[in-house]
Design a protein around this ligand. Structure first.
Ligand code: BGC
Length: 524
């Protein structure tokens, strides 16, 4: 007995020494040092690579109550809680793209993009969220947008759900009510039927993490429900089931006639191990599984990541719950969800460092963050470039390589990447640097690691309503004057840079002269 206790004491001392060593190693390590001398790649984009830009309905459309549109949760959230937006603003008018969509398309045409990613507002076409009340004016609006894009030679990537849940469905429990799977399936079927022939690819749901963690976990986003580590998991389960049902509807009822491809967009930061110590490497991997894997693993492999299942069961028990706070999928559900993607759609903006929590017996509070059992932080030396969107381009290359290693060489489309400015300047050098360096690491990942990235989408074509940041953060390649009722769009320098990249298929300033010069056959 005594010797067992001694053994326990020894192993605890050894554990503490390892952790201390990791801590020292991590303070010496410099995750980005390796890239200090990195220079922009001179490789050209592959010939079949596609370039796009993106927006979402609530962030640009305005017309929140026009032509039969129903109320959705961000109308309610912004109207009832203006204090939650940095500038107390809302999307009632936003960029007025409901009326000015042709101007948006003209901007895209000027840049020369291959495709436009935008979202459909569920309550614009189904004002109550359910299929028994279809708003023809809403359907017509999206048909007009799609036709305008087609007329301009721009392909469409359409998101079915970018967070704006019809209010009536929220009143019935929103993503916590299992019936939402059926409501969403009906909505998806209607969209495939009405818009399908114009759409090249579908993103069924945008960023489940933002919907569930921010909407039902910490409550920072609509509907503002605060239930960390509990209801956010119920939401996640229903989001995944709704996605899977919609994908199956497409697969079974539309794939034979429509040639589109269908996926869901998962947002993930890169998590860099704080040191090369095993504990930190495992911590970073765990965090990636809690962020990207939470949604990718079910869709690709059929179930929650094992580390989530194990951690949450262990913590739930220690916290006195009778069962795991992570609701399980039945075998039937696993079969339903598994394989419901035609490509991986990644939204990526920034990176964090990840380190192991020092106390091996630590049981934290009930929350998704604590369930991972990992510390994350940003280094004080990192460039801020619009915090929390710290510009760390090397993290982009690393997450792409990690996805390939973890999930195989599936095709990846970058469905969002971008950085905000706060001043509205047209000379947005910082954004150009951001785009150039992020795309450069992506191109190197394609050539050096064989990662199968086939498309890159800038967030966003125009400045728009940036959720709780209101209009204070401007992500556009085009500036929008929000105080002018006609909402004029003006090109920023970054739009010209992106345009040149698309034309030359190269990130460097002198590509054009190489290509137009005497040696025009030379690669970038
Ligand atoms: C969202 C966008 C948002 C962008 C910039 C993404 O998480 O899909 O709606 O505007 O990030 O924050």
């Amino acid at each position: 007995m005594l010797s067992l206790k001694k053994e326990e004491q020894y192993s605890s001392v050894i554990m503490k020494l390892i952790i201390l060593f990791c801590f020292i190693a991590s303070s010496l390590a410099d995750g980005d040092e390796e890239f200090a001398n990195y220079s922009t790649t001179n490789r050209c984009f592959p010939a079949d690579f596609h370039f796009g830009v993106s927006t979402s309905a609530y962030q640009i459309e305005g017309a929140w109550n026009l032509d039969g549109k129903g109320v959705q949760i961000y109308d309610t959230f912004t109207h009832e809680h203006p204090e939650k937006m940095d500038d107390r603003s809302n999307g009632d008018v936003a960029c007025d793209s409901y009326h000015l969509y042709k101007e948006d398309v003209a901007c895209m045409k000027e840049v020369g993009v291959d495709y436009y990613r935008f979202s459909i507002s569920w309550s614009r076409i189904l004002p109550n969220g359910t299929i028994d009340n279809i708003n023809k004016a809403g359907i017509d609006y999206y048909l007009n947008v799609l036709k305008e894009l087609k007329a301009n030679g721009i392909a469409s990537m359409v998101t079915l759900f970018h967070w704006d849940l019809p209010n009536d469905l929220q009143n019935r429990g929103g993503w916590l009510n299992p019936e939402i799977v059926g409501w969403f399936k009906d909505y998806a079927r209607l969209c495939f039927a009405e818009f399908g022939k114009y759409v090249e690819s579908w993103i069924i749901i945008n960023e489940p993490k933002q919907i569930c963690h921010y909407g039902y976990g910490n409550g920072q986003f609509a509907p503002g429900i605060v239930s960390p580590g509990i209801l956010e998991y119920v939401c996640a389960r229903h989001v995944l089931l709704a996605h899977a049902k919609a994908w199956r509807v497409f697969d079974e009822e539309f794939r034979a006639t429509l040639k589109s491809r269908v996926s869901l967009a998962i947002d993930s930061e890169w998590y860099e191990p704080a040191s090369s110590c095993k504990a930190d490497v495992v911590a970073a991997e765990t965090k990636l599984q809690f962020v990207f894997g939470m949604y990718a693993n079910p869709v690709i492999k059929g179930n929650w990541p094992q580390v989530m299942i194990d951690n949450i069961a262990r913590f739930s028990k220690a916290q006195g719950f009778n069962e795991s706070r992570l609701p399980p999928f039945s075998d039937e559900e696993v079969a339903l969800i598994k394989g419901t993607y035609d490509f991986i759609a990644l939204n990526h903006y920034t990176s964090y460092m990840a380190s192991a929590i020092t106390d091996p017996n630590h049981v934290g509070e009930v929350s998704w963050e604590e369930d991972s059992g990992v510390n994350i932080y940003k280094k004080s030396t990192w460039p801020t470039a619009g915090y929390p969107h710290t510009s760390l381009p090397w993290g982009f290359g690393r997450i792409l390589r990690w996805i390939k290693q973890t999930y195989g060489n599936t095709e990846i489309v970058i469905t969002e990447n971008g950085t905000p400015d706060t001043t509205g300047t047209l000379n947005d050098e910082d954004r150009i640097d951001f785009m150039r360096s992020y795309m450069s690491h992506m191109v190197d990942a394609i050539y050096d690691a064989g990662v199968n990235v086939t498309g890159y989408t800038v967030w966003s074509i125009i400045d728009n309503f940036e959720w709780t940041a209101g209009y204070t953060k401007k992500f556009g390649l085009y500036h929008v004057n929000m105080s002018d009722p006609s909402r004029p769009r003006t090109a920023k320098d970054s739009s010209k840079y992106y345009s040149r990249v698309i034309r030359t298929r190269c990130l460097l300033d002198f590509c054009e002269s190489i290509r137009n010069g005497p040696d025009s056959t030379k690669n970038c």
